[in-house]
Design a protein around this ligand. Structure first.
Ligand SMILES: N[C@@H](CCC(=O)N[C@@H](CS)C(=O)NCC(=O)O)C(=O)O
Length: 202
């Protein structure tokens, strides 16, 4: 039996999992969830993931794994994409947590608001300015790291790169110009050149 990935085509968090699944060659079944129609909030889906979000990987024994970066870690276990040397392992986690705390809530959220006609309420208007500032701060952290590193950890592609690639390569859709970040742009090209690769979907 194959695992089932519940995902959304345009979601970067879902794309991370599809990209790692593609690299691993693991066969899987895919169920697309339309989050704009609330399909991740139905009683059936909430029974699988009470957090009401995709991606979700359901393993053949029924175990449901949520959180994109946890799914990446599971898929990458025992491969070079998840270093096992203790410091490199911890540095991989460092960048995965950075992605979820400092990067994704700013860059991904703004992209979603702007590309999915989300109403810009007064709250969101205020939040937008803050998220823009924080998103650029995250990109600058990446730029600085990449001035002396080809990849985020261990000088080779790992799930830290996959996690950060997902929303960085589409950051401009949220109005985050990558023009000021030449090292980030060079790294994006290196990650995309790491075969096998697949693009995000619209
Ligand atoms: N921290 C979670 C975030 C998951 C998340 O925010 N998923 C979004 C799509 S990218 C979602 O399912 N939104 C639908 C909803 O909240 O109803 C992860 O990394 O998987």
């Amino acid at each position: 039996m194959e695992p089932t990935l519940y995902d959304s085509p345009f979601s970067g968090n879902s794309y991370k999992c599809r990209l790692m699944l593609h690299k691993s060659g693991l066969a899987y079944r895919r169920v697309a969830i339309d989050i704009d129609k609330g399909e991740s909030r139905t009683p059936e889906f909430l029974a699988l993931n009470p957090n009401g979000r995709v991606p979700l990987l359901v393993l053949p024994d029924g175990t449901a794994l949520a959180e994109s970066n946890a799914i990446l870690a599971w898929l990458a276990r025992d491969t070079a994409y998840l270093p096992d040397e203790p410091i490199a392992f911890a540095q991989t986690l460092q960048w995965l947590f950075f992605e979820q705390y400092s990067h994704e809530p700013n860059i991904a959220t703004v992209r979603y608001w702007l590309t999915h006609n989300v109403e810009i309420t007064p709250y969101r208007e205020l939040a937008l300015a803050h998220k823009r500032e924080q998103g650029h701060a995250a990109l600058q952290v990446m730029e600085t790291h990449l001035q002396t590193n080809a990849f985020f950890v261990a000088n080779r592609p790992t799930i830290a790169d996959i996690a950060l690639y997902a929303y960085t390569h589409v950051a401009e859709e949220g109005g985050f110009s990558l023009e000021p970040y030449p090292q980030v742009r060079g790294w994006l090209a290196r990650v995309a050149a790491d075969a096998p690769h697949i693009p995000i979907e619209a």
